[in-house]
Design a protein around this ligand. Structure first.
Ligand code: CAA
Length: 380
């Protein structure tokens, strides 16, 4: 097995790393402190043609492979996890949904402007009473011939108030309760009857907006059905199989970013007359962190490689997501510990990494749900 990036992938990573250092790192702290959506970063990425990395050029994307997209999310998350999730949802769930399941008309109307960065995407699956049990969703879509009428609500929608397009899952067959009878719909932000709440206040990931959506007799034309009527749950799950690799990459990037900062710190910080890195107890901590980061990287890259090659990757994506995001939490917690009192203050970046890491264990399926996915694959 070849663990080297191709020359093209390496050049791409170098370019993204330089961009992240130059354009994102300097504003990451402010983005978090002021809860500022980093619109200017998205505009710059659009200029570089990076808002639809794995989408083919004919549909406005960069025509790169899925693996390169995963490397991109990792690099961005090293400096700003908020920016990384905005992009992971827009590209991995928004653009990819239409790329994988859309008609030619839907691709021209929505995918092209999304991949070019002229429209932002969001993914609306979760509801107040339907989180881990996604198949219990209740947003109702009543068939009225050439359109559906939607009533209900969605919650925790990343990109909410900035999104132009919501990939929305609704129950089109009222006689059903579980995974059957769900349909995926492309819902535009200006749909009459759709109201988007103010962003909810969160522990971290403050640059990313998270909103509720309320549907009151909202009309969605039939041509906006994505995939087949009644098969929306499978669309949701297939998208999450790819999405979870990106969240794994986000966790990996968060862990790497915090670790790199901490490694420099412990070499500089002196106590008892020598750098604290000279203590074996601290050396063991950094050795453990580095090993876990490396293991997370291998799992994330392997899942990305499988998807890139059109191979089954549901179990591997769940493993990568679970392990890499747990690693992010453990590593960032230890980084705060190694910076001591300073680590707990907002003068140093590691507490932001720790707050941002927490949500990666929760969204796109909690790490408990990932275990269910893994176990079902093993036992079937
Ligand atoms: N690919 C294709 N089909 C799939 C699939 C997959 N990965 N997973 C399940 N299916 C199919 C099954 O084969 C089954 O179809 P058949 O009946 O024809 O066999 C159907 O879907 C139902 O599957 P299950 O019986 O496995 O469904 P379930 O109700 O037991 O749920 C679950 C499975 C894994 C627990 C699922 O509900 C789940 O993933 N829950 C977590 C929800 C989640 O991840 N939410 C993320 C929100 S988005 C987000 O967080 C974005 C953000 O902001 C960052």
């Amino acid at each position: 097995m070849d663990f080297q990036l191709s020359e093209e992938q390496q050049m791409f990573v170098d370019m993204v790393r330089k961009f992240a250092q130059r354009e994102i790192a300097p504003i990451a702290e402010k983005t978090d402190r002021e809860h500022r959506f980093p619109k200017e970063t998205l505009d710059k990425l659009a200029e570089l043609g990076l808002m639809g990395i794995p989408i083919s050029e004919e549909y406005g994307g960069a025509g790169a492979d899925y693996f390169s997209y995963i490397l991109f999310i990792e690099e961005i998350a090293k400096v700003c996890a908020s920016t990384a999730v905005i992009l992971a949802v827009h590209i991995g769930l928004g653009c990819m949904s239409i790329y994988m399941f859309g008609t030619e008309e839907q691709k021209q109307k929505y995918l092209v402007p999304m991949a070019q960065g002229r429209m932002l995407g969001a993914y609306a699956l979760t509801e107040p009473n339907s989180g881990s049990d996604a198949a219990s969703l209740r947003l109702s879509a009543v068939d009225k011939g050439d359109h559906f009428v939607l009533n209900g609500s969605k919650i925790f929608i990343t990109n909410g108030s900035y999104a132009d397009v919501f990939i929305t899952f609704a129950r089109t067959d009222p006689a059903t309760k579980g995974a059957e009878g769900i349909t995926c719909l492309i819902v535009e932000k200006n749909t009459p009857g759709l109201t988007i709440s103010k962003p909810v206040e969160k522990m971290g990931l403050n640059g990313s907006v998270t909103c509720e959506l309320y549907f009151e007799n909202a009309i969605v034309p039939k041509e906006n059905v994505l995939g087949k009527i009644g098969e929306g749950f499978k669309v949701a799950m297939q998208l999450l199989d790819g999405g979870r690799i990106a969240i794994g990459a986000q966790g990996l990037g968060i862990a790497e970013g915090a670790f790199e900062y901490t490694l420099n710190y412990i070499k500089q910080r002196e106590q008892f007359g020598r750098p604290i890195a000279a203590n074996q107890g601290i050396q063991w901590m950094v050795a453990d962190m580095a090993t876990e980061i490396e293991a997370a990287k291998l799992l994330v890259y392997r899942a990305a490689w499988l998807k890139n090659n059109g191979l089954p990757h549901s179990k591997e994506a769940a493993m990568a997501k679970k392990y890499a995001t747990d690693t992010a939490m453990r590593v960032t917690t230890d980084c705060v510990q190694l910076l001591g009192g300073y680590g707990y203050t907002k003068e140093y970046p590691v507490e932001r990494y720790m707050r941002d890491a927490k949500i990666t264990q929760i969204y796109e399926g909690t790490n408990q749900i990932q275990r269910i996915v893994i176990a079902r694959h093993l036992l079937k």
